[in-house]
Design a binder for this molecule. Sequence first.
Ligand code: ADP
Ligand code: MG
Length: 226
Amino acid sequence: TEELLRKSEKLSVVGQLAAGVAHEIRNPLTSIRGFIQFIQEGHYKQEYFQTILSELDRIQSVVNEFLVLAKPQVIHFTPRNLPPLLHQVVELLQTEAILNNVQIVLEIDPVATMVNCEENQLKQVFINILKNAIEAMPYGGQITIQLKQQGEALSIRILDQGEGIAEERIPKLGEPFYTTKEKGTGLGLMISYKIIQAHQGTMKINSQRNKGTTVEIHLPVCEPLE
Ligand code: ADP
Ligand code: MG
């Protein structure tokens, strides 16, 4: 039943989102259509192709992020060790980080580090948060990932030295399609909140304008079954 509950919760999220996704896709489609019509009528301009391509990219990112939730998959929670999982995620984002002059530092306290999780979903959360951190530091900087045990929970903090978020915007984070980026989807944090919730965890964001942002996730420690 717990599995079913998770599934139905997921479906309702997908339901809520469908209208939003349609909207997010309709806008770029309308603009692509307009530009192609323009070209067809002989108003040829080279930059129209750039616009069309970036509108297509936009549709692709919305669809990609949405797929994470929409994929009809049964969620299997299995005990996983967090440090290797974090290392893998950092490895995945290393090229993007280097290209942006960003250094990612992992600080792992030697503690119980097993969590019961759906590995790919948890990776998705860390990827979303690390991407935001990289994107918040256009001139480079450092991202620190700290893993600690806090009582019954594991705390994972991701700190960046980026532009930060104004206090009045913090409540908007996690709302579907809330983005301040030209090429953003505004889905990353919403999906992350949902995934952490499904793992009986919590996620909090603290930020200071021009200082940086800290995302803190708490997940229940998984007791070894021996
Ligand atoms: P997207 O990255 O596509 O905009 P997200 O849901 O990942 O969507 O993030 C929503 C918004 O939250 C971002 O557009 C940005 O304004 C803000 N945000 C998230 N993480 C950070 C961060 N580390 N530093 C500054 N702003 C952030
Ligand atoms: Mg994002």
